[in-house]
Design a protein around this ligand. Structure first.
Ligand code: CDP
Length: 213
């Protein structure tokens, strides 16, 4: 079973993905960490993230063991991640890992921007999670200040708007709702309510497809 969760920056898909995976006993991959890890290593090499060749050479030898590092959540890496994520060569280099992760038994939840459209177009269930930019900035600001990051809410808001714009308008695998994805707007839902809503939508989609949960 494959569950695809896509949505814009800080919409809550990472937290939802983790909880949904635990609920159904599935593996979970936050695909944003792949792009964040490529961003960090590209910067560490002193290379330019806008240089497709430099970023792709990092992506081709990315070690999945590095993805668990909480340091990848740093705000500046989100920004650089959206720069390296524009390069088709980088996306191509990360494709096989994501597809093979999706085939894990008994199934997997993947969250990102292009899971339902490019990585797993045949996913059993697709959710597209949204919330207003203001609400997403509020949540991400809270999360970042809890980890001691020195940011202001205005900076977080600007970062989110800039990344949304870049992610939605790039040529390669842009952020877009798959035609068959179910929309979940979490603007007025806290994480528990969003989780319950997600489970209801997923159970309904699985029942509709005739699959046992
Ligand atoms: O957690 P947040 O929503 O802030 O971002 P993320 O999911 O960690 O993703 C960071 C950046 O990686 C995004 O802004 C995208 O540019 C890129 N990304 C992507 O292009 N495709 C994905 N499947 C996941 C992330």
């Amino acid at each position: 079973m494959i569950i695809a969760i896509d949505g814009p920056a800080a919409c809550g898909k990472g937290t939802l993905g983790k909880r949904v995976a635990a609920h159904y006993g599935l593996a979970h991959l936050d695909t944003g960490t792949l792009y964040r890890a490529v961003a960090r290593e590209t910067l560490a090499r002193g290379a330019d993230p806008a240089d497709a060749g430099a970023a792709a050479s990092v992506a081709r030898i990315l070690d999945p063991a590095s993805l668990a590092d909480p340091g990848l959540r740093a705000q500046r890496l989100g920004e650089t991640a959206s720069v390296v994520a524009r390069h088709p060569e980088v996306r191509e280099a990360l494709l096989a890992y994501q597809r093979s992760f999706a085939r894990r038994k008994p199934g997997a939840v993947l969250d990102g921007r292009d899971i339902g459209t490019v990585i797993c177009p045949d996913a059993d269930v697709k959710l597209f999670v949204t919330a207003t930019p203001e609400e997403r900035a509020r949540r991400r600001f809270r999360e970042l200040t809890q980890t001691g990051s020195p940011v202001t809410e205005a900076e977080v808001f600007d970062d989110i708007r800039r990344r949304d714009e870049r992610d939605a308008n790039r040529a390669a695998a842009p952020l877009v709702r798959a035609e068959d994805a179910v929309l979940l707007d979490t603007t007025n839902l806290d994480i528990d309510a969003a989780f319950r809503a997600a489970i209801e939508l997923i159970d309904a989609a699985l029942a509709h497809a005739g699959q046992a949960v």
